[in-house]
Design a protein around this ligand. Structure first.
Ligand code: PEP
Length: 252
């Protein structure tokens, strides 16, 4: 049986100055230093990446960016390349978060290029997918997930699939306090794994599928116990060191 190490990643979005990030990390490190059998990542804004890489060196906490451009360089005002993240020793990158898709026009076509670009640069991608409330009510959840997963992974060789963590984030559960029922999260995660298996069965068993959407210390355990859920992408609750550490501690 494949053992997948769970990943708990905290997406800070547009929160925390460098000074606030330093306060957070000093509070977090002692709280997660003994956590075993779990990978931990924080995803600060670009401005705090360098400071967080420095402050987490030698610890179990990894630092991921929240986005990157697919091109190596060019006239793309406001964007950041994989080489720029590599230079800072960032270890991974969140791609296709629903806020980037909704507010900044992130497309599946761009993500099909970003995912392989991240892997080629040695950055661990977390590819976010998920349906809106209207899509769920219309019975369109699987169609939406199929499209996003297949497009996002389209340009990868089968042997690369397991290196991508896929975060199932129902949009109606992000920042709303509405958490998916465990059966809904399990069903979607199993469906995503089956989609990967359609390309390569062995890689599908190794790939990590995360759940995201109002994960809190109170609900983390029942979500993390689901057979196809291999961790969480945490927004709001990742801004508080005690809450984030409690979610890391919920991995048993
Ligand atoms: C997220 O931003 O990816 C997220 C899941 O946010 P929250 O935990 O606040 O719902």
């Amino acid at each position: 049986m494949t053992v997948r190490t769970p990943l708990i990643a905290g997406n800070w979005k547009m929160h925390k100055t460098v000074a606030e990030a330093e306060d957070f990390i000093q509070a977090l490190l002692p709280r997660v230093s003994t956590a075993d059998g779990v990978d931990v990542a924080i995803c600060p804004p670009f401005t705090a990446l360098a400071a967080m890489v420095d402050s987490t060196r030698g610890s179990r906490v990894q630092v991921f960016a929240q986005n990157m451009h697919q091109s190596a360089s060019g006239a793309f005002t406001g964007e950041v390349s994989s080489a720029m993240l590599n230079e800072l020793d960032v270890q991974g990158v969140v791609l296709g978060h629903s806020e980037r898709r909704e507010y900044f026009g992130e497309t599946d076509r761009a993500l099909a290029l970003k995912v392989p670009a991240a892997l080629e640069a040695g950055l661990a991608p977390i590819l976010c997918v998920g349906e809106t409330e209207a899509e769920r009510e219309a019975g369109d959840t699987e169609r939406k997930l199929r499209h996003q997963v297949q497009e996002g992974l389209a340009k990868l060789a089968p042997g690369q699939l397991a290196a991508v963590a896929i975060a199932y984030e129902p949009i109606w559960a992000i920042g709303t306090g509405k958490v998916a029922q465990p059966e809904q999260a399990q069903e979607a995660a199993a469906f995503i794994r089956a989609l990967i298996a359609g390309r390569d069965g062995e890689q599908a068993q190794q790939a990590r599928i995360l759940y995201g959407g109002s994960v809190k210390p109170e609900n983390a355990r029942e979500l993390l116990e689901l057979p196809d859920v291999d961790g969480a992408l945490v927004g709001g609750a990742s801004l508080d060191a005690q809450d984030f550490a409690a979610i890391v501690g919920a991995v048993s």
